[in-house]
Write a protein that binds this ligand. Structure first.
Ligand code: GLN
Length: 495
């Protein structure tokens, strides 16, 4: 098997056993990245950085000083600031921004020996569910429908580059971020795993902010084990992030066990919604059976405020975004447009011209919604109300977790859709996050694991939500699903 199709655990163990060198691994992935350009997964390729880390790993192996991720090259979502390498959050307004610093999470991966293959394409400022809002153009999923001709499909979003790269063998693993599903939905669309840990597990320092009370980094990789390996390195207290949790990082990989005896899996009644394809409902039921087979007892639970989660999210996230994005003023980072017809030549004119030119349509829509819900006249009606509903949604989960240990739902209400299918209808796009958003609002760990293929040959994901800080419980339940689903399908190579 070529090295670029191996899992992180296989690469790590084979490298340690002397079956291949880190340089061979990096060279294989660099070649795959180059050969995979048609997918538009990478915005920047850094083959030299991958090779440099590989050489250091080979030297470390010779000297007997291996680090946890020695020999493993990774793709980094363009939302993470990477020292000296373009970090643009998929936006024109940050084009050319080379941070003089490294984000905590990517810095931890580097310090653990991982190399960087490049920066991964994404929806602009992580706002989107299809990677189509990127200033670099959409990422194309490696998957094709069996009966759909050559329709180009979305890999999901906002971490679409991460998803496509891992699914196509252009990286063994990647970083993602998840504000309202951006790790889990793309993972489901391309048949890989992705976990959003508890809010505060991974430092947000050096990650371009979208909605600060929701943003969390997490890994995307082919297997549950690979996610556990990466998450262990990415997590940990960071004094530079005031919302970072000062709690120990468990050894999740060592703790993996698919024996779920004595556990109860909650099935939320409110997640049965109209319009979801029967195949997705059937997979959900199959998932319950797999978990029962692993020893878990299914219990019906109720999350009564679920139907308010999407509107709540689409008030809170834009509100925070409108504030966070105020910093892009043409003075401090990236693009500056001095003046433009209609904006005048004053300082205000420069701000307006820069923002008008630098931001894409979806980002502008969010800034306008966010500014509106925070405005003096509407603050209480929208923003304060949404905060209250958020508390009720969180409370629903607390109540439910008295009766169960983790919750199973589908990851998304559809399989991957075609490019341009939903771009003209933002509400239809927002609806794709319906199952992912409640766990984000509640700050809970949640993971997508591949469950099977639909009738068109496209991957579908199952979604596990756990108690606060119980990533181990989520990983273990996902492992039980993974073992039983036996998902080994890969996109047929056309690129
Ligand atoms: N699709 C959601 C949105 O557009 C979630 C994005 C994310 O998690 N970053 O806001």
């Amino acid at each position: 098997m070529s090295l670029n199709l191996k899992t992180i655990a296989e690469l790590r163990d084979g490298f340690r056993a002397g079956e291949f060198s880190a340089r061979e691994i990096a060279a294989d992935f660099n070649a795959a990245v180059e050969a995979g350009r048609a997918l538009n997964a990478y915005t920047v390729e850094t083959p030299e950085l991958a090779l440099a880390a590989a050489d250091a790993a080979d030297a470390a192996r010779a000297g007997g000083e291996l680090k946890p991720l020695s020999g493993i090259p990774l793709g980094i979502k363009d939302l993470f600031a990477t020292e000296g390498v373009d970090s643009t959050a998929g936006s024109n307004i940050l084009k050319g921004f080379e941070p003089p610093y490294e984000s905590t999470v990517s810095g931890k991966l580097k310090a653990a020996g991982a190399g960087m293959l490049g920066k991964l394409n994404m929806d602009e400022f992580a706002m989107g569910s299809s990677n189509e809002t990127s200033a670099y153009g959409p990422v194309i999923s490696p998957w094709r429908r069996t009966d759909g001709g050559n329709t180009a499909l979305t890999p999901g979003g906002s971490s679409g580059g991460s998803a496509a790269a891992v699914a196509a063998g252009l990286a063994p693993g990647a970083t993602g971020t998840d504000t309202g599903g951006s790790i889990r939905q793309p993972a489901a669309f391309v048949g890989i795993c992705g976990i959003k840990p508890t809010y505060g597990r991974c430092s947000r320092w050096g990650i371009v902010a979208f909605a600060s009370s929701l943003d969390q980094a997490g890994p995307m990789a082919r297997t549950v084990r690979d996610c556990a390996i990466l998450l262990e390195t990415m997590s940990g207290f960071d004094p530079k992030d005031a919302t970072s949790l000062d709690v120990p990082v468990p050894q999740w990989e060592a703790g993996l066990s698919s024996n779920l005896k004595g556990k109860r899996v909650g099935i939320p009644t409110e997640y049965r919604i109209d319009g979801v394809p029967t195949e997705i409902d059937a997979l959900w039921e199959q998932g319950v059976e797999w978990l029962r087979d692993a020893g878990a007892e299914p219990v019906k639970i109720s999350l009564p405020h679920t139907r308010h989660a999407l509107p709540t999210y689409y008030i809170i996230a834009p509100a925070e975004a409108s504030s966070n994005l105020a910093r892009y003023d043409g003075v401090r980072y990236g693009l500056r447009v001095e003046s433009e017809a209609g904006h005048g030549t004053t300082l205000d004119g420069m701000y307006a011209a820069t923002r008008a030119r630098g931001f894409g349509a979806e980002v502008k829509r969010r800034i306008m919604i966010g500014t509106y819900v925070l405005s003096a006249g509407y603050y209480d009606a929208y923003f304060t109300k949404a905060q209250k509903v958020r508390t009720l949604i969180k409370r629903d989960f607390t109540t439910a977790f008295a009766d169960c240990d983790f919750i199973l739902t589908p990851t998304a209400p559809s399989a991957a859709f075609g490019l341009n299918e939903k771009m003209s209808d933002p509400l239809a796009m927002y609806l794709n996050d319906v199952f992912a958003v409640p766990a984000s609002l509640a700050g809970l760990p949640a993971m997508s694991v591949p469950g099977g293929l639909d009738g068109q040959g496209l991957p579908l994901g199952l979604h596990l939500i756990g108690r606060e800080l119980d990533e181990q419980g989520v990983l273990n339940a996902a492992l039980a699903v993974e073992e039983r689903a036996g998902f080994s399908a890969r996109a047929e190579k056309w690129w």
